[in-house]
Every structure is written in structure tokens, then in C-alpha cells.
Design a protein around this ligand. Structure first.
Ligand code: KG4
Ligand code: ZN
Length: 347
């Protein structure tokens, strides 16, 4: 059993949490959304500075909420890749410093491995192998999970990530930042079949389509053209119908590819992770298709879909149980494939 304090500062949430294996002891998240909203997206320099201001109090709150003493911890972890380098540096430096001070092992964690581990906190019995659909602001992939640190990427987006598409289309519709939750709310009042949109298939050079890869840039352009056409007609924009049609198109495409991938690879469990896993349209489509094909689909609770440190602590605890820990010379990396997770741990 490993009790771990983890810090997450890869983007615009400052978070700290304590987990004992797959049991959540505390989770504190301070969102910077209000700070970045006027700019329509995350301003990296401002994110780093705000993490520095917030992180001390967030760590204290996580330790207090867990009702633990520093001596009760078996390790200290922080997200080290991928993400905004200046933002990652804050959590990473704080984590390494605390590990040195309290003489605990330090565990650097891959942010996407964290998203994947979010499901274990609500489903502690979950065991690999299974398929994971990771849908966040920066990534969209289908991953075969073989075990801790052992991943194979079976499908991915060729351009924008699903969350990025939600954010960009929300901007086109004049909705606020972040766009995903705004589209989700509005879609509930619209007609999902009002507009036919491209589902983002990838054509193969010798004909046919790639079964698991996707593209979101064509869908985004189709939305732009449609909005321009409606505006040129001088009609008020049917914003709810546009949001509902866009959301249903994304949900249908992701569902079709995820179900095909699970079936083709004989995986009976599909785990969904990342901010877009909170989307109600995606949840509905996946649950309906999974039932039809006799698959189990698992979603983390909404609070664990978007960025948090509990998922990072859960991944770190598993690595610590396997004897993995990181060198104190570990630095932040803006990009790192999930298949290279084991490079974060000393031999
Ligand atoms: O996983 P996450 O918190 O951060 C990254 O690692 O990127 O994901 C953030 C993304 C944003 O693009 C946001 O718009 C999207 O997740 N998102 C949603 C919803 N909630 C957050 N997208 C669709 N529907 C939602 N309910
Ligand atoms: Zn994330």
C-alpha cells in the first residue's frame, strides 16, 4: 500500500491530492479559468505565475484534508510531462523539494497516464487489459492498457484534439472559455440532427477509411462555413441546434471508433478519461453502443475527468508499488508519448 501526495500544474489548474493506492484521501483543485477567460484561452506565462502564488496553500489544504502528517507519506509525486513547461516547473520543483526535505521517493507522472488512472479511483477492481479512450484538451487517443506503464497507442487524432475542437467551435459560436462545458449545456436545448456535419474520417491511400484515427479540423471548418452561411442570410444563429449537431457528430465519431477498436482487439472494457469524458453527449452515445455490443464502459466521476491531482497520485502510487521512482534531476517535458512513460523512472 502506498500513500502519495501528488501535485498537478501542467496547464491552468493548480491541484494537490493524497491517495492511498486507489482510495482518495483528499483532493484540492484551484482553477485559473477566471484569470484566462478574458484572453479566450490559457496564457502560459500567467498560468505559471498563478501556480506559484497558489501552490503552497493548495498543498497545505490537501495534507490537512487528508488528516495526515508528512511522516505518513510513502512518496511525493508531480506531473512532469506533457504540458506547458513553465507551468509544469512549478509543481515539479515543489514536489522534488518536498521529497528532498521529507526524505521520500519522488515520482514524476505523465499527465495522460494520470487521466487514465482516474477511473481506478471510482472502480478500484478495474484490471488491465482494457481499452482507454483519452479525450482531453490536448490529446485524443485510443490506448490499449496492458499494465502499469505499459501502453500501446491504437488510434489517435491526426490534427486537433477533441477538447480543442469543442473550445474552437465554442469561440465561433460566441460562447465563453472553456468551450466544452458551454457547448454541452447549450446542446441540451438543441436538435442534434438539425445539421449534417462531417464525422472526421481519415481516408487511406489505397481506399477505405482508417478504423481508429480521426480528424477534427474538417469538422471545425464545416462549422465555420455553416455559421458564415447562416449569418450571410441575415438569420439569427440557431446556436443551440449548432451546438447540439456539433456535439452529436463528435460523440458519434468517437463512439464508432472506440467500439470498433475494442471489438477488433477483443477488449471487453472501455475506460474513458480526460476533460471531454465529462461530455453528456459522448456519455450517452458510448453507453448506448456499449450496451448493444455487450461491452462495459466506465467513466470517472465528473470531478475526476478534468485536471486534478488525485489521478496523478493514483498513477504514482501504482508506480511506487512496482518499485518505480524518478531521479531528482528529472525535468519538465512539453511533449512525451504515453509509450515512453517508463523513461521517467530510474533504472
Ligand atoms: O483533461 P483536461 O481538463 O485538460 C487537458 O489535459 O487538456 O481537458 C480540458 C478540455 C477542454 O478542451 C474542455 O473544453 C473540455 O476538456 N471539456 C469538455 C467538457 N468539460 C471539459 N468538453 C466537452 N464537454 C464537457 N462537458
Ligand atoms: Zn488533462
Amino acid at each position: 500500500m502506498a500513500t502519495v501526495l501528488a501535485l498537478e500544474t501542467s496547464c491552468d489548474e493548480t491541484a494537490a491530492a493524497v491517495v492511498c493506492d486507489r482510495t482518495l484521501l483528499s483532493s484540492v483543485v484551484s482553477s485559473q479559468i477566471d484569470l484566462h477567460r478574458p484572453y479566450g484561452g490559457v496564457v502560459p506565462e500567467m498560468a505559471s505565475r498563478q501556480h506559484l502564488v497558489t501552490i503552497g496553500d493548495i498543498i497545505k489544504a490537501a495534507i490537512t484534508e487528508a488528516n495526515l502528517d508528512w511522516t505518513d507519506l510513502d512518496g511525493i509525486a508531480a506531473t512532469c510531462a506533457p504540458g506547458l513547461v513553465g507551468a509544469l516547473l512549478v509543481g515539479l520543483t515543489a514536489g522534488k523539494t518536498l521529497a528532498m526535505l521529507h526524505q521520500k521517493p519522488f515520482i514524476g507522472v505523465h499527465h495522460l497516464e494520470g487521466h487514465l488512472y482516474a477511473a481506478y479511483l471510482s472502480q478500484p477492481q478495474l484490471q488491465p487489459p482494457y481499452l482507454c479512450l483519452l479525450v482531453s484538451g490536448g490529446h485524443t487517443s485510443l490506448i490499449r492498457v496492458n499494465g502499469c506503464g505499459d501502453y500501446a497507442v491504437l488510434g489517435q487524432t491526426r490534427d486537433d484534439a477533441a477538447g480543442e475542437a469543442f473550445d474552437k467551435v465554442a469561440r465561433l459560436l460566441g460562447l465563453g472559455y472553456p468551450g466544452g462545458p458551454a457547448i454541452d449545456r447549450l446542446a441540451a436545448q438543441g436538435n442534434p440532427t438539425a445539421f449534417a456535419l462531417p464525422t472526421g474520417n481519415i481516408s487511406l491511400p489505397n481506399g477505405g477509411i482508417h478504423p481508429y484515427d480521426s480528424s477534427f479540423s474538417g469538422l471545425k471548418t464545416a462549422m465555420l462555413r455553416l455559421i458564415q452561411k447562416l449569418q450571410a442570410n441575415g438569420e439569427p444563429l440557431p446556436v443551440a441546434d449548432l451546438a447540439a449537431s456539433f456535439q452529436a457528430t463528435v460523440a458519434k465519431g468517437l463512439t464508432k471508433r472506440a467500439i470498433a477498436c475494442a471489438r477488433d482487439h477483443n477488449l471487453s472494457t472501455l475506460v474513458v478519461g480526460g476533460g471531454v469524458a465529462a461530455n453528456s453527449g459522448l456519455r450517452q452515445h458510448l453507453l448506448a453502443a456499449a450496451e448493444q455490443h455487450n461491452l462495459t464502459v466506465l467513466f470517472p466521476p465528473l470531478s475526476l475527468c478534468t485536471d486534478n491531482a488525485a489521478m496523478i497520485a493514483c498513477a504514482a502510487a501504482d508506480h511506487l508499488n512496482q518499485g518505480h521512482h524518478s531521479a531528482l534531476s528529472l525535468g519538465p517535458q512539453s511533449r512525451l508519448s504515453l509509450t515512453q512513460v517508463m523513461s521517467l523512472y530510474a533504472a
